[in-house]
Design a protein around this ligand. Structure first.
Ligand SMILES: Nc1ncnc2c1ncn2[C@@H]1O[C@H](COP(=O)(O)OP(=O)(O)OP(=O)(O)O)[C@@H](O)[C@H]1O
Length: 252
């Protein structure tokens, strides 16, 4: 049995008066990929952002309940959110490289961590880009702007940027929805190669993507977690009618 790395307990989140998460209890296991699925507005991205406190950046948000990461509540006073976000990194829907060179994108977080030695930086740049399956595309363009790459290459550079600071968990918010099918397939392969080394949580509207890459799937509806189980079970033998209706395309 894989170890628990993060668990939420009775997690509620309100945007002003609007309750977007209605008491979510969910446990994520180390080294697994968990897919969050459900119709638009059901709270998937909100839940994802709770896991590294990205919702803190949004005004008028109230969160109750807890998110235990390695047993400690991330909403507790001991948490430094900058450190937390290095351990629990995030990849967004739109590729968002910094407007610097590829090399500087990867070394940015390392320099903040105090890594200065050029050989070490060079080594981590190469390792991270290789792990994100984009090294062959960019090895001759390391000092060119990351913005000059294709969307799919930019997204893999963004994954490499997260990997460079050696996180435990990677949160991915619809990372392929802005990409063409070939680029999406490359990202999926990259995630499959990283499986086991990192715990990943991916929000996706693409049911076949969820079934291809994830170990576990959580189905959300209107701020509730309706069903959470092994991905095979969710797709082949869902226990709740609402899950069945959603994955069979009857709504959403
Ligand atoms: N920054 C925000 N301010 C106010 N309300 C928000 C904000 N972000 C999300 N919401 C609301 O919270 C609810 C959940 O939204 P969320 O984006 O988490 O859903 P989602 O399942 O990820 O949707 P989608 O699949 O369309 O991205 C929705 O009612 C949405 O309008």
């Amino acid at each position: 049995m894989a170890e628990t790395i993060i668990s939420t307990k009775d997690l509620h989140l309100y945007y002003g008066q609007n309750e977007a998460l209605k008491g979510i209890n969910l446990t994520l296991s180390e080294g697994e990929i968990t897919a969050l699925i459900g119709p638009s507005g059901c709270g998937k991205s909100t839940f994802l952002r709770c896991l590294n406190r990205m919702n803190d950046l949004i005004p008028d948000v109230t969160t109750t309940g807890s998110v235990l990461y390695k047993g400690q509540d991330i909403f507790g006073p001991k948490t430094d959110t900058v450190d937390l976000r290095k351990e629990i990194g995030m990849v967004f829907q739109q590729p968002n490289p910094f407007p610097f060179s590829v090399y500087e994108n990867i070394t940015y977080g390392l320099k903040l961590k105090g890594v200065k030695e050029k050989n070490q930086l060079d080594q981590i740049v190469e390792e991270s880009l290789k792990a994100a399956s984009v090294w062959d595309d960019v090895k001759d363009k390391l000092h060119n702007s990351a913005l000059a790459l294709s969307g799919g290459q930019q997204q893999r550079v963004c994954i490499a940027r997260v990997l460079a600071v050696n996180p435990d968990i990677i949160l991915l918010d619809e990372p392929t929805s802005a990409l063409d099918p070939v680029s999406s397939g490359k990202i999926e392969n990259t995630l499959l190669e990283l499986k086991g080394q990192y715990t990943m949580v991916i929000v996706t509207h693409n049911m076949s993507q969820a079934s291809r890459i994830s170990d576990k799937t959580a189905f959300f509806l209107s701020g509730d977690l309706i069903e959470f189980n092994d991905t095979k079970k969710i797709f082949l033998d869902p226990q709740e009618k609402q899950t069945d209706d959603y994955i069979s395309g009857r709504f959403g």
